[in-house]
Design a protein around this ligand. Structure first.
Ligand SMILES: [Zn+2]
Length: 243
């Protein structure tokens, strides 16, 4: 993976949705199990998407690119005292990635989609009474996992990636609402928020493991730079991730 400063690249950020997910005093949205040795707490979630449906995801499967990808960013609240501290450490973060594909309207996502017009400009905020992002997870428990980096600055190698195999379906109108967001503030020349994904990166010496018998290959690198282990040499991973 490329590290910060090695590339003259401008990282485009997406709107983050910061969570205050405590209901009736009960902490919500924590994950553990699978590749995780500790409990990780949800900090925020966000999406990456393309200008058109032909690209937008930050991972690919058997070279297939998806039009968008959801990231649920968790931090190791057992080992570290804050998210900011966890970001700098090897086992600090766990990010669940979920592919979005075009299909039927996603009812769970719709509440977010309806709020998007009110955060069209940079640095705008909207408040939710209740939103449980676990409604955005696919039903299939299968996933790939590998140790990698944040895809936005500070690009630290602090992430246990958990990429769900099954995409969720959203309809064309829902994705179009994301494309109406702007990188720019009110009063500035409008710059449409699209293509806010990091390009595929070299796999280097990473091993990608799957929680299921491998039929599909997850890629984080361009086809020409592939060094992935053949499926037969990948290490099957037991266990599930619990939300
Ligand atoms: Zn992301």
């Amino acid at each position: 993976m490329q590290k910060a400063g090695k590339r003259n690249r401008c990282w485009k950020r997406s709107r983050q949705i910061t969570s205050r997910l405590v209901s009736n005093g009960i902490p919500a949205n924590v994950i553990t199990g699978g590749p995780l040795k500790n409990l990780y707490r949800l900090k925020q979630f966000h999406f990456h998407w393309g200008a058109i449906n032909e690209w937008g995801s930050e991972h690919t499967v058997d070279c297939k690119v998806f039009p968008a990808e959801l990231h649920l960013v968790h931090w190791n609240s057992c080992k570290f005292s804050s998210f900011e501290e966890a970001v700098m450490e090897d086992d600090g973060l766990a990010v669940i990635g979920v592919f979005l594909k075009i299909g039927v309207r996603h009812s769970g996502l719709q509440k977010l989609v309806e709020a998007l017009p009110s955060i069209k400009h940079k640095d705008t905020l909207v408040e939710f009474d209740v939103f449980d992002p676990s409604c955005l997870l696919p039903s299939c428990p299968d996933y790939w996992t590998y140790s990698g980096s944040l895809t936005t600055p500070p690009l630290t190698e602090s992430v246990t990636w958990i990429i769900k195999k099954q995409p969720i379906e959203v309809d064309e109108d829902q994705l179009e609402m994301f494309r109406m967001l702007l990188f720019t503030s009110l009063g500035e020349e409008e710059h449409q928020m699209v293509d806010n994904f990091r390009p595929l990166q070299p796999l280097m010496d990473r091993t990608v493991r799957s929680s299921f018998p491998s039929q599909y290959r997850l890629s984080i690198e361009p086809e020409s730079e592939k060094h992935a282990l053949p499926a037969s040499q990948q290490v099957p991973l037991k266990g599930t991730v619990h939300l």
